[in-house]
Write a new protein. Sequence first.
Length: 261
Amino acid sequence: MEHTNLNLLDEALGLHNINNKLWPLCGRFILVEDSVDTTASFVLHHIIKRSLSSHPSSSVIFLSFSHPFSHYDRILRKLGCNLAAQRDNSRFFFIDMLMLQCPDEGKNNHDGLAVIFEKVERVINTLHPDNKKFLTIMIDDISLLEVVANGSSNAVLDFLHYCHTLTSEFGCALVALDHKDIYSNDERPALILELEYLADILVNAEPLATGLAKDVHGQLMVLDKGSQHEHGISSHKIHNFHFKIKENSIEYFYPGTITMS
């Protein structure tokens, strides 16, 4: 990765610390939260591009419950990343969950999720040992994952816990998108709060407090919980900045510093 192309999101995620030996997100769970009014899907696209460009041995396993491969390929091409070529080179593994047959109502809610986890494990087992060191597993998105589990939040949590164990077993990164405003107040503590607790990095996209603006589409809060010190104290870092979605890129900037177009 060229450091001249780094932006505020890269710095908040710790990607400015990249070197030839380690993908900075290795062993970490990154939870991306957005809402109906303010999408954060561009954060997933950004991490895909950065992951595939971080090291020649890097690879991505992408679980899509939202869109077909062509959707992501079209977007990443605009960002300068050819997903079709990466797929052909066995570096980008797209698991299309839109084609998955969900278990019938009344059957074990874990059945469909077990099938998905087996798919992920099979891909990992085919990887060269060097590729496992630079592996990123991505989920788009958790709210649709619940559909596979027939609405069982507990089954979803179990599945994500299994995926989370892969971060320690293989040192891979786990990235998941969730739409936090689709849950009722009763459902939120059981699922969202548990995910936020598990996450090493929390990325939260929200609309501006002042409402819509022509040159600002929303704000990002990135909480990096850091590593726990010997006395049990974590070094949390919080980054807050605005973003503007363009045709072929995303612009990140601190409030009041945008260059008017």
